[in-house]
Design a protein around this ligand. Structure first.
Ligand code: ADP
Length: 405
């Protein structure tokens, strides 16, 4: 079965085509600048040079059409016919309290995703455009939706409620949802596999550290707590997001700086984090380079960033009454040995002993970076959210076929 995984943004569509027999990525790419002038489609097939096509793509339906044309292209394609795509899986950021697992798309599911527009105004409407665009191009093909929030629906109320009047939760569903769930789910299962222990016996702390970043306490295979909240702004310091801060700063800044609410929102989401403190970049590579050249602000930003992660690890070890393994994943977590060293340097009270040679190594496979004597394992596990979306879609579509047989 071939499954097309789609991640639709407001002006972009990313795609990966999986052959589920081998879980091999047949082709992948992205369409950018949808609705602007000179949209760009970038398409990549294993071991072949990337193909770039610039054209006018005014909407998501045209973008998906272009992707399908490319997948069946005489020279650059990998399929004979679009009928060779048996299902489509979409990443959806917000599933609210409605979705605690992936589901097949039907009229009711679309209605529920629409109801969640308020909670994810930048993301869910774009995902809906992606779903509609696939429907327009592949009307007979089943579609599934996989939610970033679903994995965290297992959190107990003591983790997900804010200590504010509960009427706000009842009326407006103001609560913590958590994000990156697909990644935390994927790497926690991979870690259990790597450790050779049933996930039901493990206490894991997974650290997804990319442009966006979150930690999760995963108790016996279920999310028990996570650092992102109602929106992906809460928790760790990120590339451009502030993470945790005293909420009183918002009205205070509005008054002192004569800013609007939208301006403060934009400041906290787009002009804070690593970028604000380093004054250099939101990209960890550039911050580390600047630090190594003696830039004091870059050093402070790096240390703050790591310190926040360390605080969450300490908190989650306490929350679960222990921890068996700490797992690093995503762009920074997988690639920055310096960051992992900085985070782990005062975790010896937990029994963490990093092996610097192992930490400096690289591998596309899960690996341990602690010494044999370390009481707690620290692992680096590359994430693969697209593969998990493809797998969930595959399972749902197989179920559909079994029911109609
Ligand atoms: P997203 O959250 O957008 O999915 P990624 O998980 O791909 O992001 O992470 C992207 C970030 O990873 C980049 O902004 C960059 O800071 C960081 N990164 C990538 N490679 C390295 C590296 N070798 N060292 C440090 N940071 C890196």
């Amino acid at each position: 079965m071939n499954i097309l995984v789609i991640n639709a943004g407001s002006s972009s569509v990313k795609y990966q085509l999986y052959d589920m027999k081998t879980e091999f990525v047949l082709a992948k790419g992205r369409v950018e600048r949808i609705g602007m002038d000179s949209s760009i489609l970038t398409h990549e097939v294993d071991h072949q040079p990337e193909v770039r096509e610039v054209s006018e793509i005014l909407d998501h339906t045209t973008a998906i059409k272009k992707v399908l044309d490319m997948l069946t292209h005489r020279k650059f394609g990998v399929l004979r016919n679009i009928a060779d795509i048996q299902a489509v899986g979409h990443r959806v950021v917000h599933g609210g309290e409605t979705f605690s697992r992936s589901v097949l798309v039907d009229a009711q599911v679309k209605l529920e995703i629409r109801k969640l527009f308020d909670l994810a105004p930048l993301h869910n409407p774009a995902h809906m455009m992606g779903i509609a665009a696939v429907e327009a191009n592949l009307p007979e093909v089943p579609q599934a939706v996989v939610f970033d929030t679903a994995f965290h629906q297992s959190m107990p109320a003591s983790s997900f409620l804010y200590a504010i009047p509960t009427v706000l939760y009842r009326k407006h569903q103001i609560r913590r949802y958590g994000f990156h769930g697909t990644s935390h789910d994927y790497v926690s299962k991979k870690s259990a596999e790597f450790l050779g222990r049933p996930i039901e016996t493990l206490k894991l702390i997974t650290c997804h550290i990319g442009n966006g970043a979150s930690c999760a306490a995963i108790l016996h295979g279920k999310s028990f707590d996570t650092s992102m909240g109602m929106t992906p702004l809460e928790g760790l310091m990120m590339g451009t997001r502030s993470g945790d801060l005293d909420p009183a700063i918002v009205p205070f800044t509005i008054n002192k700086e004569d800013l609007t609410l939208n301006e403060v929102n934009s400041m906290l989401n787009k002009h804070s984090g690593l970028l604000a403190i380093s004054g250099v970049s939101s990209d960890m590579r550039e911050v580390v380079d600047a630090m190594n050249e003696g830039n004091a602000n870059a050093k402070l930003a790096f240390e703050m960033y790591a310190y926040r992660i360390r605080k969450y690890i300490g908190a989650y070890a306490a929350a679960m009454d222990g921890v068996d393994a700490i797992v690093f994943t995503a762009g920074v977590g997988e690639n920055s040995a310096a960051l992992r060293t900085e985070v782990c340097k005062s975790l010896s009270f937990l029994g963490v002993h990093l092996d610097e040679t192992r930490n400096a190594g690289r591998s596309p496979e899960p690996r341990r970076i602690t010494t044999e004597q370390s009481r707690v394992d620290v692992l680096v596990v590359p994430t693969n959210e697209e593969l998990l979306i493809a797998r969930d879609t595959y399972e749902l579509v197989k179920g559909l076929e079994a029911n109609t047989r």
